[in-house]
Design a protein around this ligand. Structure first.
Ligand code: SAH
Length: 354
């Protein structure tokens, strides 16, 4: 079996190449072809000898996920990609265009075990972890297909990154290397449902990246209803881990808070949220929910505009810095996981018909 070149950190690749009698600078050349020039065939790497090209293509694959579907928003260029992996599984990634930079939102797992009730990915269940190479190649493939230079990476696509800790860690290191994507750690964010011990570990392993925690409710009673994982890791444990993380890294943590109409959007909820985050210097992202179909009994609607504003004002009054997240790609399947879900459903339909 060929080895996926995207699975290797620089030093590992140097080692692999040396086993084949290839010098270190050959690794630099190959990585430059792939990450800068976007050439994905060893035979087109003109500064390698014919023998080297043959040896390398026998040992390594440069496998990008294959593109099944790409939707580009007419409103703001937001681009959603649906990819097929080598084993036939599908994942999504998204490009978001800001005035000064392009952000890539990438997946860390096929499906997700967290099963948050508002999330399209969770509804289809967990399938498997992605390898580091499958995480890295999403970035390369998006740059290739849309001819852009990605300036920010967020692990906010499908899956729970901290439940695929080792491969996620490795992918961050690969993307950070100056020999590959050369992505600054400060421009990488990991978003988690909140796994306390992994948050604390992250403070040691990747102290410079940004951390976002999907809190969504200010107490266990409400959080239990929308984030099943809360039964295992309570709000208190998560806040404690976030504080430890901040102490160690001196980084401010972002809390994501999805606003669901008449569920967690009351003035009381805002007051309680302000109370538990008091003194942390945290940042809150307020996200009016993107309604997705779900088996839950909970009605998932967006709050009225003034309710969102009221929530924000209460946080402001308590000096909790926050913003209301602006929606992007409103004209394409906006919520994460929707593209894949539609695809999986239609495959099921086809199978039943056939
Ligand atoms: N598992 C990680 C990362 C994937 S979810 C996490 O939980 O953070 C990335 C973000 O998208 C999370 O904040 C998640 O809560 C949010 N999200 C998922 N479904 C959503 C929806 N229907 N509307 C708005 N945000 C959603």
């Amino acid at each position: 079996m060929k080895k996926d070149i995207f699975d290797f950190e620089y030093e590992e690749l140097v080692n692999e190449f040396s086993k084949l009698g290839l010098e270190k600078y050959r690794v630099d050349q190959v990585l430059d072809w792939i990450f800068q020039k976007k050439v994905f065939d060893f035979n087109e790497m003109s500064n390698l000898s014919k023998e080297n090209r043959t040896v390398l293509s026998e040992r390594f694959s440069i496998s990008l996920p294959s593109l099944i579907d790409m939707q580009i928003s007419n409103v703001d260029k937001t681009t959603k990609f649906l990819w097929r992996l080598e084993d036939g599984n599908t994942i999504e990634s998204v490009l978001l265009f800001h005035s000064d930079r392009v952000t890539a939102c990438i997946s860390s797992q096929v499906g997700c075990a967290a099963k948050c009730v508002f999330c399209a990915t969770g509804q289809s269940g967990f399938v498997r972890n992605l390898r580091a190479g499958e995480i890295v190649s999403q970035v390369v493939a998006m740059e290739f297909h849309r001819r852009v230079n990605i300036g920010n990476i967020v692990y906010m696509g499908m899956g729970e990154p901290l439940l695929n800790y080792d491969q996620v860690l490795k992918s961050v290191k690969i993307l950070h290397s100056e020999k590959t994507k050369n992505m600054s750690m400060r421009r990488i964010s990991i978003s988690t449902v909140g796994i306390p011990e992994k948050i604390i570990k992250l403070a040691d392993d990747l102290p410079e990246i940004k951390l976002a925690i999907s809190l969504h409710a200010p107490n266990n009673y409400k959080r239990d209803m929308i984030v099943p994982m809360n039964k295992k890791y309570s709000v208190e444990e998560i806040i404690y881990a976030a504080k430890e993380y901040q102490k160690k890294t001196k980084n401010r943590v972002t809390f994501e808070y999805i606003l669901i109409r008449e569920f967690n959007d009351f003035a009381d909820d805002a007051e309680k949220l302000a109370e538990i985050l008091k003194g942390m210097g945290a940042y809150v992202n307020l996200i009016p929910v993107n309604p997705v179909e779900s088996e839950s009994n909970l009605k998932m609607e967006r709050p009225h505009y003034w309710v969102v504003e009221r929530f924000k004002k209460i946080l402001d009054e308590h000096n909790i810095e926050n913003e209301i997240r602006k929606e992007k790609g409103t004209d394409i399947d906006a919520a994460c996981g929707q593209l894949r879900r539609r695809n999986v459903e239609s495959q099921k339909g086809k199978k039943m018909e056939g």
